[in-house]
Design a protein around this ligand. Sequence first.
Ligand code: GLA
Length: 739
Amino acid sequence: MPIVFHPTTNTFHLMNDTMSYILKILPDGSIGQLYCGRALRDKESFDELFETAARPMAVCAFEGDKTFSLEHIRNEFPGAFFGDMRMPAIDLKQENGSRVVRFRYKSHTIFSGKPKLEGLPATYVEHDDEANTLHIHVYDELLHVWATLQYTLYEKRPVLCRSVKVENAGSDTLVLDGLASLNLDLPDAGYDLIELTGAWARERSIKVQPLHEGIQSIYSLRGHSSHNFNPFLGLKRKETTETQGEALGFTLVYSGNFLAQVDVDTYNTARVQIGLHPFTFSWPLRRNESFQSPEAILVYSSQGMNVMSQAFHSLFRERLARGMWRDKPRPILLNNWEGTYFDFHEKTILEMAKAAKDLGVELFVLDDGWFEGRNTEHTSLGDWRPDMDKLPKGISGLADQINALGLRFGLWIEPEMINYHSKMYEQMPDWVLHTPNRPLSHGRHQFVLDFSNPDVVDFVFEMMKDILDHANIDYIKWDMNRSLSEVYSSHYPHDEQGTIYHRFILGVYDLYERLTSRYPNILFESCASGGARFDPGMLYYAPQAWTSDDTDAIERLKIQYGTSMLYPISSMGSHVSAIPNHQLNRSTPLSTRANVAYFGTFGYELDPRKMDEAEKEQIRKQIGFMKQYRSLIQFGTFYRLLSPFDGNETAWMVVSNDQKTAIVGYYRTLQEVNERYRRVRLQGLDPNTLYQIEGCDYDAYGDELMYAGLITTDASAGEHNLKAGEGDYLSRLYILRAR
Ligand code: GLA
């Protein structure tokens, strides 16, 4: 289904089977919003949806027409100081000090496909018939500035992509002080706001609260998308649940500072905006220069939050992630970090690798500590030469030996960072982000390289090339362990300093682009002290990310459940670690640690030499299980069933595309005494298929499992005669196969 323009009413209708987005060129030349929601049949005019009211005190565009006030209509691209009175989508400072902008419609083009965004990550199409794009060109006649509003609607996905390009065709130098990638004015504010908030080791908790008058926002001012607020906003109706009701999801394909907000005015309309954070953004636009915003994504669901999340999952998996690993089941890895920290030698690593191979592991990842002098966090970042005391044969020699064991080899690196105690800092102190004459703040004892400076990016690229060209490396864990501070670049003049946060991220993207093109077979996993840069921008380059430094199974229930609001299972790095857990001291059964970690890109983060025989045998079985089911888990349809944020039980499931196989993960944090009956209503099954349920002693049709539920009661628990393996932190997997 197309994007149509009705010239008689100046109406654009972007539609597919699930959603419609309707715009209209208004009498003052601005673009008004008429509708965003469930698919509507097309017609010539939707003028009735253009609501106006003659309100006292309103600032009006035309003398004599009290009903046309930008303050009270829904605007697509509101400028500042022109009567809209809410937060603008663009803030453009002019040479005379004015910030008034007035963009009027000039022309539009509609075409199939989706253009690339130069230098920025974005969703894409493989064939032009997958999506249609609308460009609306609006123009400020006084300033001679163009803005191109780009809309791409996928044919078969409830996904609208938005971005804006601003071009200065005038002779004045302007300063772009703010540019939202998306502005959506909803006709009412009767929604709950969903956010993913957190901190280190407790990323992406789901928070839901009713919208209220005024601005509610989430943001990052840290230079990366952050542990604290993921670049995601959801809106759901009060009655919306995982399985029914309206939900809208918004995200930004970006990894740096962002602002996402909902501005509810006192007439109960809600303005949603997402884009670069204006506080750390100020971009000079000289004659003939242009600026491209990052891409915002809007997903609409009329069937609950799971459907909203699934639309994000398949979009990110299929049309955001790229490269050889995009559609491939991910290797089962062993990472040595929690097993050894900095304390290892080649001998240790080879022993661990041998033990890992014996368990069925496919990829060995050498984490932090492999480069010259890196025995603590205080030193050596930037000096990316192997520590020959620890690794006498270097990285290439180690990789060869690991390959000889029948394992692939992966390496940790933190390319954006530098320690004060490093040869690189001695030689290039100016390459650190720092403000002249001010002391530098420390973070994990390290400083941040000035990635806004292309010379620095070139240097780091050459340095990484040197490692990757000379060793057989199949996987890179790209870490980033501190936020940016004293952000200033000696590479740029004073009037460009407002560009540095954004240029930093563009530098990171440039390096990722160069490395992923030069080494197309390497699997990249992004990481930032766990999940501080788990965002759609990163997924364009690295199809998986380390979800959190917290590897405790019970904490991971919340972290992975929250992460699934937006991100697919195939993107979530999740590992089984040793007990007592290193973050919490909690001891959970090995079965539960695996039952949680299966729902991600599976691996182990421990020293396999320290496991006893019984544990090793259990791990062999776990790895065998994951090899059998990882395609289904990582590429099937994921459903959230019971939320760890609501109570003692968590459940989720994945269903194969043909609905013949499904796996349910069921987790109960604390054992209850004399407990109630329990059932979980499943989702996504074929109601008419009879399923054999491994993990239960009965068969059931899909309808019973979805409408009555899967019985999870422990009949014996009330009598205090718990079986071995039951009690706190219990978990079970149920495997459903069509009979
Ligand atoms: C970060 C990562 C960890 C580990 C350490 C190494 O904290 O999130 O997984 O790689 O760095 O220093």
